[in-house]
Design a protein around this ligand. Structure first.
Ligand code: FAD
Length: 466
C-alpha cells in the first residue's frame, strides 16, 4: 500500500474510518469458521455509496484487492480479506431508508444487520421473511452476497426471491443502480441476479429494495417424529397441501443429531420429546387467523398420528415451548462442543435423494475414517442438508479427506456442494465436482468481463490468481 493511498482514503472518509495493520481488529480478519485468517493492509468504513465508489476507484488504480465484509458469519472464508489487501466494512451504511406499505418494499443499506431489518419491518406490520440462526450478526449485504436461505425458504424463497432492486459499485468504481420497486422487469439481462450470491467477487452491494409480506398474525410450531424418511416426506407433502400454503419451516433431524443436541441442552431445558424415533422434524406454519390456523394445524397433525404417518407430535402451547422446540435446532453450541474440532457441510440435492446421499457419505467415511462421528440435519424441505463430521482431530489433510468423502456422495446423487453458505475459500477446490467444465468456463468469462483485473475478492469461488 502506498502512503498516498492511505492518505487519500483518509481524505475521503476521515482518519477514524481508515485503519491499518495491527489496529485492524480480529473480527475483520476472520470468519465464524475461524479456519482462515488474514492481515489486510487497510480497513475502510465508508458511509455512502459515493465513498464506496471513490475508494474502489483508488484501490483499483493500485491493483489492490478489495474484500467487502459483512457480519463475518459466513462459514467458508468468503469474507476473509486478502493478505495485504483492502477490507471494506459497510457497518456505517446501516440504515433502513424506507418502508413502503403500498408497494410492500423496504429500502435498506447493505450494512444493516438482518435482525434490525426484520424488527423494523415488523414494527410497520410487515414481514421480511428471510430468517437464519445468524440473524443477529449477518448483514443485508452479506445475505445478498451469499444468496442466503434459512428457515423459511420453503414458503418465501431465498434472498434472491426477496431482492427487487439493487445498487452496487463495480470493480472500476462505477455505480450501477436499479433501486426499483417493481416485481416484474424483463427489460434485458437481469444483472442483479448475477450479483446476488457472487460473494463480493463481482460488485459491492450498497443498497437494496427488498420485498415484504403481510406480517402473519398466527404461528404454530410442532416437533414431530417419524419412523422412516419416507414418512417424514409424507408429513412434508401433507402439510404443504392441507395447510393451504401456510407451512413455512420443515427442519429434519436424524435421531443421533436430536439425541446429541438435546442431551447437551439438558442443563438448560428438558428434552421436548423422548428419544428412540428415527427422525424428528420441526414444522412451523404462519397465517392470518389464529383460531382457525391452530385448529387446522392440530387437526392435520392428529390425523397423521391416527394414520401412523407420524409416531409422536408435540405442539407448542406458548412462546416458551416454541423457543424450546427451536432450540434443538438453533442452540447448537453445547451439543457441538464435545465434537470439536469438526467439519461442517451445507449440501443440497433432490429431496428424494437424501437417503442415498447419507448412506454413501456414511460408507465413504467408514472406509476412510473408521469411527468418525456424523450428524445429519437441515432445511430438508428445500433439499438442503447439513452434516457434521468429527474424528476428534482435524488438520488440512483430514479436512480434505472429509471433504472428498462428503462431496463424492453429493456428486453421486447429482447434488450441489454448496446449498446456502457459498464457495468462498473452503470449497473453491471442489467446485468442479458438481459444476461442469462449460459452467466453470462461463463463470470465468463473466468474472473476467465484469472484474477484468480480479480486484474484487480474488481467490474466492473461482480460484484464479488476481
Ligand atoms: C449460526 C449460523 C447459522 C447460519 N444459518 C444459515 C442459514 O440457515 N442459511 C444460510 O444461507 N446461511 C446461514 N449461515 C451462514 C451466514 O450467516 C450467511 O452466509 C450470511 O449470509 C452471511 O452474512 P454476513 O453479513 O455475515 O456476511 P459475511 O460472512 O461477512 O460475508 C459473506 C460473503 O458476502 C460478501 N458480502 C458481504 N457484504 C457484501 C456486500 N455489501 N456486497 C457484496 N458482497 C458482500 C462477502 O464478501 C462474502 O463473500 C449461518 C451462519 C451461522 C453462524
Amino acid at each position: 500500500m502506498s502512503e498516498s493511498l492511505a492518505q487519500r482514503l483518509c481524505q475521503i472518509i476521515g482518519e477514524r474510518n481508515v485503519l491499518t495493520g495491527e489496529s485492524i481488529g480480529e473480527h475483520y480478519r476472520i470468519d465464524i469458521s475461524r479456519k482462515y485468517k488474514s492481515q489486510p493492509a487497510i480497513l475502510v468504513k465508508p458511509q455512502t455509496t459515493a465513498e464506496v465508489s471513490e475508494i474502489v476507484r483508488l484501490a483499483a488504480a493500485e491493483s489492490m484487492p478489495i474484500t467487502v465484509i459483512g457480519g463475518q458469519s459466513g462459514t467458508v472464508g468468503s469474507a476473509v480479506p486478502v493478505d495485504g489487501g483492502l477490507a471494506m466494512s459497510l457497518e456505517r451504511m446501516n440504515r433502513v431508508i424506507e418502508i413502503d406499505q403500498l408497494s410492500m418494499t423496504m429500502t435498506v443499506e447493505a450494512g444493516c444487520i438482518l435482525q434490525i431489518a426484520q424488527e423494523t419491518a415488523e414494527l410497520e406490520g410487515t414481514l421480511l421473511p428471510l430468517d437464519l440462526g445468524s440473524r443477529g450478526s449477518a448483514t443485508i449485504g452479506g445475505v445478498i452476497g451469499t444468496n442466503a436461505g434459512g428457515n423459511r425458504v420453503l414458503r418465501w424463497g431465498m434472498m434472491r426471491d426477496m431482492v427487487i432492486g439493487l445498487e452496487a459499485v463495480l470493480a472500476d468504481g462505477t455505480i450501477i443502480s436499479s433501486l426499483t420497486k417493481m416485481l416484474k422487469d424483463n427489460a434485458g439481462y437481469n444483472w442483479k441476479h448475477l450479483l446476488i450470491g457472487s460473494e463480493g467477487t463481482l460488485a459491492i452491494v450498497t443498497r437494496a429494495v427488498l420485498r415484504l409480506r403481510p406480517l402473519p398474525t398466527s404461528r404454530q410450531t410442532a416437533l414431530v417424529a417419524t419412523a422412516s424418511f419416507e414418512q417424514a416426506i409424507t408429513v412434508l407433502r401433507r402439510l404443504e397441501l392441507e395447510l393451504s400454503g401456510r407451512l413455512s419451516s420443515f427442519e429434519l433431524m436424524w435421531s443421533n443429531f436430536f439425541e446429541a443436541m438435546t442431551q447437551a441442552q439438558l442443563p438448560q431445558r428438558p428434552r421436548p420429546m423422548a428419544l428412540g424415533h428415527a427422525f424428528y422434524i420441526i414444522v412451523e406454519a404462519m397465517g392470518g387467523d389464529a383460531e382457525y390456523d391452530l385448529a387446522r394445524f392440530e387437526q392435520v397433525l392428529m390425523a397423521m398420528i391416527e394414520e401412523n404417518v407420524t409416531v409422536d407430535a408435540v405442539i407448542a402451547q406458548s412462546e416458551r415451548e416454541r423457543e424450546a422446540i427451536w432450540a434443538v435446532r438453533e442452540d447448537l453450541s453445547p451439543g457441538l462442543t464435545p465434537l470439536r474440532p469438526f467439519a461442517s457441510y451445507d449440501v443440497s440435492m433432490g429431496v428424494g435423494d437424501m437417503p442415498a446421499f447419507v448412506s454413501k457419505a456414511e460408507t465413504n467415511m467408514a472406509r476412510d475414517f473408521p469411527g468418525a462421528k456424523m450428524l445429519f440435519y437441515g432445511h430438508a424441505g428445500d433439499g438442503n442438508l447439513h452434516a457434521i463430521v468429527s474424528t476428534g482431530t482435524l488438520d488440512a489433510d483430514i479436512q480434505h479427506g472429509f471433504d472428498a468423502a462428503i462431496f463424492d456422495a453429493v456428486r453421486d446423487v447429482g447434488g450441489s456442494i454448496a446449498a446456502e453458505h457459498g464457495i468462498g475459500i473452503a470449497r473453491a477446490g471442489f467446485l468442479s465436482w458438481t459444476r461442469s467444465p462449460s459452467e466453470l468456463a462461463l463463470m470465468s468469462v463473466l468474472k473476467d468481463a465484469i472484474d477484468p483485473r480480479h480486484i474484487l475478492n480474488p481467490g474466492k469461488i473461482i480460484n484464479v490468481a488476481g
